[in-house]
Ligand binder design. Sequence first.
Ligand SMILES: *Cc1c(COP(=O)(O)O)cnc(C)c1O
Length: 220
Amino acid sequence: MTSSVDNLARIRASIARAEADFGRKPGSARLMAVSKTFPAEAIAPVLDAGQRLFGENYVQEAKAKWPTLRELYPDAEVHMIGPLQSNKADDAVKLFDAIHTLDRESLAAALSKAIAKIGRKPDLFVQVNTGLEPQKGGIDPRETNAFAARCREVHGLSIAGLMCIPPADQPPSPHFGLLMKLSLELGLSELSMGMSADYEAAIQLGSTYVRVGSAIFGSR
Ligand SMILES: *Cc1c(COP(=O)(O)O)cnc(C)c1O
């Protein structure tokens, strides 16, 4: 088993290679280390190796791990990439620097209220269900324009970008391509796409945040 620090170095190198191969600017695809289910002791070496951007899936878990880690590493950034219940909007706005899973209007309303109340403004990504999978969160690609407009106009939210999780049993590139097309239509600059198995393909199609978990930390 290789160490998370070795894995991190290898993935950083392959992201840099993919950026160069696909004519992307160096550093334009940011690596998010997805640390869900891993304890603080497993995360600290990756922080010590210089990684500063992390992704978490569960509010309760992030609340237990990150306040302490952030005291030690004040410039660490933590993004929420898991499904978010509206009743956890206050906690999420307090804890996270970005939320990648804005996937319904009731959550937009809850986040808008939480942002006003708490006075913090995480970057928001609209999750798009590019594979139209019933078990998965996300806006229907055909409704993404209208949803983003309602987020802005009705709820006063500014949207940073789009996020997707392609169906596990399909080639990911058509989904990444669709997300890129939607982001161009909307004039959004950030694209959260690509995981351990497919981040290079996502970089080819414009990803600005690749979310890599198991390839760094090992299997969950
Ligand atoms: C867990 C998770 C990841 C990381 O997945 P790996 O395959 O371990 O890299 C990325 N994005 C989301 C939304 C996740 O839930």
